[in-house]
Design a protein around this ligand. Structure first.
Ligand SMILES: NC(=O)c1ccc[n+]([C@@H]2O[C@H](COP(=O)([O-])OP(=O)(O)OC[C@H]3O[C@@H](n4cnc5c(N)ncnc54)[C@H](O)[C@@H]3O)[C@@H](O)[C@H]2O)c1
Ligand SMILES: [Zn+2]
Ligand SMILES: [Zn+2]
Length: 352
């Protein structure tokens, strides 16, 4: 442990499921032998953090809990076994805090599927604190020339949509519908899709999100709140009217998970990423079979996806909007998120 580290730090903590989230002083954690301690400067706020507060999902969180899993900062201490990460390196703590690295999933680069995976801001404390712990093998290596506020949302939203687009099999020139395009994952998905040479149909609600999606490179916007027939509108937005080649579902609402298989093009792929509580996917068997459609899930990304997603950002290909707010005001972000009012991503500054 570096001698000049403080004993205490500021953090956002929930004591029980349902919140509230309190700004309080807690001890600075000490890294274990295979871990690093990162002085988090900025952390993005993902809808997953709100699911964790609300207890939406079938897996319980640890309690008390420090949420957050898009944390970007500077390595300030490391355990005795850590050789590949240096003090002073810029690093990111992402959703996958650690995995066993030796099970059959880890061995083939499917670390998110590891039965022993540690989840930041869920099963271990996350990044809504000034000093957070990550397994050295899993921390994201952030190039020094990259701004830590702007890169924070890449650490979950970016990696996840980048992986989802790869899983969709969509090729340059083809069309992808992004459902929930105005949110955190969606806004990054518009940019990654554009950078990959895909055409984007953005689906979300309201003029602010429409304007943002069009600026991010979408070629069409469908407003789910005012459309009388979304399936027809999405198909009509494609060149030959047969629907998009792929659909990325990043909305936090069950309805689009029951619609996407209807408007995806024959041979097309629906990729489910958003995790609305208690929701089910639905598809008409007849059209799915005779249209040879694929429906699949996609879950964050592995270490290689992380490096690649960060590299897109470093090359200046990803410029999704974010707003910065003091970490102590996290509850305000949750309130806006609950109401679907955030266009893009909020990033918290851990110094305030
Ligand atoms: N699979 C994964 O690996 C993974 C990773 C990160 C986040 N997630 C999940 O993805 C979801 C999205 O997270 P986020 O941070 O982008 O949330 P967000 O709140 O920023 O964005 C969600 C967007 O969906 C839009 N929306 C709501 N209903 C819709 C509908 N019927 N049609 C189209 N759009 C609709 C909202 O207006 C909003 O813009 C969350 O459930 C989160 O837990 C999954
Ligand atoms: Zn996330
Ligand atoms: Zn494993």
């Amino acid at each position: 442990m570096a001698p000049n580290l403080p004993e205490k730090q500021w953090a956002m903590v929930i004591e029980k499921t349902g919140g509230p989230v309190d700004y309080k002083e807690i001890p600075v954690p000490k890294p274990g032998p295979d871990e690093v301690l990162v002085n988090i400067k900025y952390s993005g706020v993902c809808h997953t953090d709100l699911h964790a507060v609300n207890g939406d999902w079938p897996i319980p969180t640890k309690l008390p809990l420090v949420g957050g899993h898009e944390g970007a900062g500077v390595v300030v201490a490391r355990g005795d076994l850590v050789t590949e990460v240096e003090i002073g390196d810029h690093a990111g703590i992402k959703w996958l805090n650690g995995s066993c690295l030796s099970c059959s999933f880890c061995m083939q680069g499917d670390e998110p599927l590891c039965p022993k995976a540690l989840l930041s801001g869920y099963t271990v404390d996350g990044t809504f604190q000034q000093y957070a712990i990550g397994k050295a093998a899993h921390v994201a290596r952030i190039p020094k020339e990259v701004p830590l506020d702007g890169v924070a949302p890449v650490l979950c939203a970016g990696i996840t949509v980048f992986k989802g687009l790869k899983e969709s099999g969509a090729r340059p020139g083809e069309t992808v519908a992004i459902v929930g395009a105005g949110g955190g994952l969606g806004s990054l998905a518009c940019q990654y899709a554009k950078a990959m040479g895909l055409q984007v149909i953005a689906i979300d609600a309201g003029d602010e999100k429409k304007k943002m999606c069009m600026e991010l490179g979408a070629s069409a916007f469908c407003d789910f709140s005012s459309s009388e027939n979304l399936v027809k509108d999405v198909q009509a937005a494609t060149e030959d009217g047969t629907g998009p080649h792929a659909v990325l579902l990043v909305a936090v609402n069950e309805k689009p998970f029951q619609q996407a298989a209807e408007y995806v093009r024959p041979r097309g792929t629906v990729v489910a990423i958003g995790l609305p509580a208690g929701a089910f996917l639905k598809a008409p068997v007849f059209e799915t079979v005779i249209g040879m459609k694929t429906i699949k899930g996609s879950y964050v990304g592995n270490r290689k996806d992380t490096t690649e997603a960060l590299d897109f950002f470093k090359r200046g290909l990803i410029n999704s909007p974010f707003k910065t707010i003091g970490m102590s005001e996290l509850q305000k972000v949750y309130d806006m998120m609950q109401q679907g009012k955030i266009a893009g991503r909020y990033v918290v500054d851990t110094s305030k």
